[in-house]
Design a binder for this molecule. Structure first.
Ligand code: ADP
Ligand code: MG
Length: 379
């Protein structure tokens, strides 16, 4: 008798799904990104009992056509990536067709209510099973164009993960709200690929039980100005001493990437836009608190870049940290967002060269001669 045998498909699917969606913030991230990919200009997030009960995300995007209902919950089914060669040029948030399939395997229930411009104001209620297949799509409900996805009992099919979620639920909620803050700031900092440049995001928590007390955690009006969004998220005082950043960095191109893409130039221009504290007017908080970084509008962890920014800032101001919300516009072929399942870790070709150029440019921005202007410009 051999000692090895195949794991049954259901277990494999559950194990894999648990790697695609790690926690509450991961689940919320996937749903918000789907809404953005669907062209939404307004997104409402409702988190009930810290996410233990349910998470609901509602958008005014394209909606899902009936011909797609059968495939949305199936693994590796996506409407966003026509061919593998396009992996290098992804401009949508999603492209692997894994999120809904994983969420189906990881939740007690997944319900989709959706309506397209053809069917509005009538929406369909679609219930998906653990295997991602449609269980029932006969329900109808009035709904303007867009999609609402409701997850209940997140992680109940993985008892150990669910227990851990219950134990750390407050921390998990904080992480999710921080992530949502990034999305509240992102659309305003860049013009998304289709020209939208402002998404109204509203995040509400609802307490457990009958009382169902509601609290607005985050609300931006989506008018498109990053300053306005910062003001809505942290209050207008947070804008004191904050200067606009508009840099064009001349960065040497990674040779391997250049050869692969048939690029003959040796350098490329990387634009950096956003807001940063001026040297003498930082924030007296921990550095991670009000620092958000994006590549082409995609929130990401840019640890080395963040470290470099904080280092330069420290050489001007040792007792405070800067607010920094910066979007790096990098040609899609120069970044690899397929590094980690949650796509938060992004591999940037020539990152060290980018950091070098950024440090020099920021050093210039923090010079006292610039700051007088910066402080005045912030009010
Ligand atoms: P991906 O985003 O990588 O394509 P997902 O599993 O997240 O994979 O979603 C599967 C498909 O379901 C998407 O490609 C899209 O067609 C559809 N979809 C999911 N959420 C929405 C939404 N909010 N609005 C419109 N379509 C959606
Ligand atoms: Mg997706």
């Amino acid at each position: 008798m051999p000692n090895t045998s195949a794991i049954d498909t259901n277990s494999v699917h559950r194990i894999h799904s648990g790697q695609v969606v790690l926690d509450l913030q991961g689940a919320i991230k996937e749903l918000v990104e789907n809404s953005l990919d669907a062209g939404a200009t307004a997104i409402d997030v409702r988190i009930k009992d810290n996410g233990l009960d349910s998470v609901e995300i509602s958008d005014n995007g394209s909606g899902i056509a009936e011909t797609d209902w059968e495939s949305i919950g199936l693994k590796h089914h996506t409407s966003k990536l026509p061919s593998l060669s396009d992996l290098y040029k992804v401009t949508t948030f999603g492209f692997r067709g894994e999120a809904l399939s994983a969420l189906c395997a990881l939740c007690e229930s997944v319900t989709v209510v959706t309506s397209t411009k053809e069917t509005a104001p009538m929406g369909a209620i679609i219930k998906l099973g653990r295997d991602g297949r449609v269980i029932d799509s006969s329900g109808k409900i009035a709904r303007p164009r867009g999609t609402t996805i409701t997850l209940t009992g997140l992680f109940t099919p993985l008892p150990v993960r669910r227990k851990e979620f219950e134990r750390t639920v407050k921390r998990e909620l904080t992480k999710a709200l921080t992530l949502l803050t990034a999305y509240a700031l992102v659309p305003a900092s860049v013009s998304l690929s289709d020209g939208r440049n402002g998404v109204r995001l509203r995040v509400e928590t609802i307490s457990a039980g009958k009382s169902g007390k509601r609290n607005i955690q985050l609300s931006t009006d989506g008018r498109g100005s990053l300053r306005a969004s910062v003001g809505s998220v942290w209050g207008h005082k947070a804008l004191e001493g904050v200067q606009d950043i508009n840099l064009e960095l001349d960065v040497e191109i990674d040779r391997v990437m250049a050869r692969r893409e048939g690029i003959s130039e040796t350098n490329q221009i990387i634009k950096v836009t956003g807001l940063i504290s001026s040297a003498q007017w930082g924030q007296g908080r921990s550095s991670a608190d009000r620092q958000f970084y994006f590549i082409n509008g995609r929130p990401c962890n840019l640890t080395s870049v963040a470290r470099a920014i904080n280092e330069v800032y420290k050489s001007f101001n040792t007792h405070q940290v800067p607010l920094a919300i910066l979007d790096f516009q990098i040609p899609p072929q120069s970044v690899d967002i397929n590094v980690s399942p949650d796509k938060r870790t992004i591999f940037v070709h020539s990152e060290d060269k980018l950091i070098e150029a950024l440090k020099i440019a920021l050093d210039e921005c923090f010079q006292p001669s610039r700051s007088t202007f910066a402080v005045g410009g912030a009010t």
